[in-house]
Design a protein around this ligand. Structure first.
Ligand code: GCW
Length: 670
């Protein structure tokens, strides 16, 4: 089996100093063993230095002066968070301390990362201190992997968790856990939230042994295993005639199930639930609320310290496109705000970043800033469903930063999305950030080699929301391709311009969608226009956009002031979202001074030109990047250039044809 090590391919920095390095560990344990193994690999590959592990001790005084060492000091008394670490390095003697083994592992990965990004030539001459507490309690990846091996919205091959209804455990499992842990991921749900067929039976005897092994492998990297469950499991596997959360038999069934699960998988994390959404079963069938549904499961898992992660992606997916009153954007808030304060403590609501569905640009969901007495988690998507499906490069970290920095005006001092999901706003600990994963069994894990920057970046950002998108990109480039100024410069430019470029040549001004139905790849302006999904732009010969002000669907009123007023007024609404909130005529003059139609034309031409430039920038790196990776990326950038042109011409021609307005600059429209 073949796969790359992504950002963990340790390149030689120097082999001038051959002295052995002693690694002292106060205790043994699975996580510590992995930490030591990581140090062994890293020192060998970076410096050609051998590591000798010494358990149960610390360096003796007379050893200090002579030997280089890394001491892994487990100290439960340490006044730091549970997963925090401290590194003190001084001239070849390095102490990593933490309260827990997981903290030590993060410390070790941070130590190695710093050796690499600072290009430390001689470890024995290096002074360095770093203390870090992860920003978010839960830093999670949700895999939408199906048990037949396919992946819903997967763009990098098949699942490495499942094949033919069986769980796979092999070298990739370890490699995956190691990569995830190296960026601080501490929770993973392995199966699709759409739980169908055999996936319902994951919580049964058939799979417990394998799941336990998986959970142990994950556990040795500080990661908890979660499973998506089927709300109708009591019917489908339990033989009951109902899954009503208020029915005693159903409660009993889940309680017994939870007991059984934790008996077999003692380190199990809990359930991820998609209920009453896109055809999945849920409490609505029985006239029950989502609080009743979630709390019933929460009761069942509570004795074992389990969590219920409950998704807020609940909306009417059977809408009549003629109906102008129903607004899908409102649905999350309308469904969940009335339940604020009613969810159990071990329930976390998992909220997509925007009110629709992972578009290239959306406003932040008003549930952040709305909910005040409910645990919340931010759900992002690094699987690029609507952002180029890992065939286009689209580095999403600048977008994630904007989302996290968004001020919700919830009336607290710490009021950004980052504050809320970190637990700073409401002083809670069951919260954090999750991303729909972008991995598969492709050789490079993510289909597009540059898409690994989103995996790396998501983890790094979840661990330290203070990092900038550029800092993360720069670390990633260096660790993935090795240090070279030209490589740094060109790949940085590609990454940092990729999300804005994608927005420009697809669907600017917050309009979103305009993709081919079902698979969501490529331009189709009216693709979702006459469909049941509630995602309309309603463009006609005069105007485009949905009026979401109080005069329209009233969605803007779900925001706190001053946001509600800012969004409701087209003169103050941020331009990049203006067609999300307003219906505007094509000759309306935007804050930029351009008309709507001219903006559409210009941005599509600009975006496609930028995509073409990515290919040029990449080609300048031929010979500086390992051949196979170079070739893989080049192929995708060639496709992106062509496909961006297609987007440009389809969208521009569509609006030219219906508006009849010429491009001021006289460029070809068809
Ligand atoms: O974005 C939509 C996807 C579905 C997905 C759903 C969800 C897992 O198109 O494929 O289903 O969101 O988030 O539940």
């Amino acid at each position: 089996m073949e796969f790359t090590n992504c950002w963990l391919q340790y390149e030689k920095i120097s082999d001038a100093n051959h002295k052995d390095i002693k690694v002292y560990a106060t205790t043994e344990g699975n996580i510590i063993n992995n930490a030591i193994e990581e140090l062994t690999t890293a020192f060998d590959m970076l410096y050609n230095r051998r590591v000798e592990a010494v358990f149960g001790g610390e360096p003796k005084d007379n050893e200090n002066a002579a030997a280089s060492s890394v001491e892994l000091r487990l100290n439960p008394e340490l006044k730091l968070g549970k997963e925090a670490f401290r590194i003190d390095c001084d001239s070849g003697r390095c102490v990593v301390s933490a309260q827990t083994q997981a903290g030590l592992l993060y410390g070790v990965f941070a130590l190695i990362r710093n050796l690499r990004v600072q290009r430390v030539y001689d470890f024995d001459k290096w002074s360095f201190t770093l203390e870090q507490n992860p920003s978010n309690p839960i830093r999670m990846l949700d895999h939408w992997d199906n048990m037949d091996g396919s992946i819903e919205r997967g763009y990098s091959g098949n699942s490495f968790f499942f094949e033919k209804d069986e769980i796979i455990i092999n070298e990739r499992t370890y490699a995956y856990a190691r990569l995830a842990a190296s960026v601080g991921i501490n929770a993973v749900a392995i199966n699709n939230v759409n739980v169908r067929g055999m996936a319902t039976w994951l919580i049964s005897d058939k799979y417990y042994d394998k799941l336990r092994s998986l959970s142990e492998i994950f556990g040795s990297y500080g990661i908890k295993l979660y499973l998506s469950i089927n709300f109708a499991a009591p019917i489908e596997m339990g033989g009951l005639d109902t899954s009503d959360p208020c029915d005693e038999r159903v409660k009993e069934w889940w309680k017994n199930k939870a007991k059984e699960i934790w008996q077999h998988i003692p380190e199990f994390g809990g359930f991820l639930v998609k209920a009453d959404s896109e055809g999945r079963p849920g409490p609505f069938t029985y006239g029950r609320s989502h609080a009743e549904g979630a709390n019933m499961l929460a009761d069942a898992v509570r004795p074992f310290g389990g969590l219920v992660i409950w998704r807020c992606f609940v909306y009417n997916c059977q809408q009549d496109w003629r109906d102008q009153k129903t607004d899908r954007a409102r649905a999350g808030y309308d469904n969940f705000m009335p339940l604020d304060g009613m969810f159990a403590d071990n329930v976390i609501l998992q909220i997509k970043n925007g009110p629709m569905d992972f578009q290239v640009r959306e406003p932040v969901s008003p549930l952040f800033g709305g909910l005040k007495r409910t645990n919340a988690m931010l759900e992002l998507q690094i699987a690029q469903e609507y952002t180029g499906q890992q065939r286009h490069v689209c580095y999403l970290l600048p977008w994630f930063k904007e989302i996290l920095d968004f001020k919700t005006y919830c009336g607290r001092e710490h009021d950004t999305v980052a504050d809320i999901v970190a637990g700073r706003t409401y002083n809670n600990t069951n919260c954090g950030i999750v991303a729909v994963a972008n991995t598969g069994n492709d050789i490079n894990w993510t289909g597009h080699d540059l898409a690994a920057a989103n995996w790396y970046g998501f983890g790094r950002l979840a661990f330290d929301t203070g990092l900038s998108a550029e800092e993360i990109a720069s670390e990633w480039i260096m660790q993935t391709f090795g240090y070279n100024e030209k490589v740094m410069e060109n790949v940085m430019e590609i990454l940092m311009k990729s999300w804005p470029a994608y927005e420009k040549y697809t669907s600017p001004l917050g309009i979103g969608w305009m993709v081919k139905p079902n698979h969501h790849y490529g331009p189709d302006v009216d693709g979702y226009e006459y469909d049941r999904w509630g995602t309309y732009h309603r463009a006609n010969h005069k105007a485009i956009g949905v009026d979401r002000t109080p005069a329209g669907t009233g969605y803007t009123q779900q925001y706190n002031e001053p946001l509600a007023s800012i969004y409701a007024d087209k003169r103050t609404c941020p331009q990049e979202l203006i067609l999300f909130f307003h219906r505007l005529e094509y000759d309306y003059v935007l804050p930029s001074g351009k008309t709507v139609i001219q903006h559409i034309y210009d941005s599509h031409f600009e975006g496609a030109d930028e995509a073409a430039r990515f290919l040029d920038l990449w080609r300048e790196l031929e010979g500086l990047i390992e051949d196979e990776a170079f070739g893989r990326v080049e192929k995708r950038l060639i496709h992106q250039k062509e496909h961006a042109k297609e987007w440009r011409d389809v969208v521009n021609s569509y609006f030219y044809r219906i508006s009849g307005i010429e491009d001021e600059k006289g460029r070809p429209l068809y």
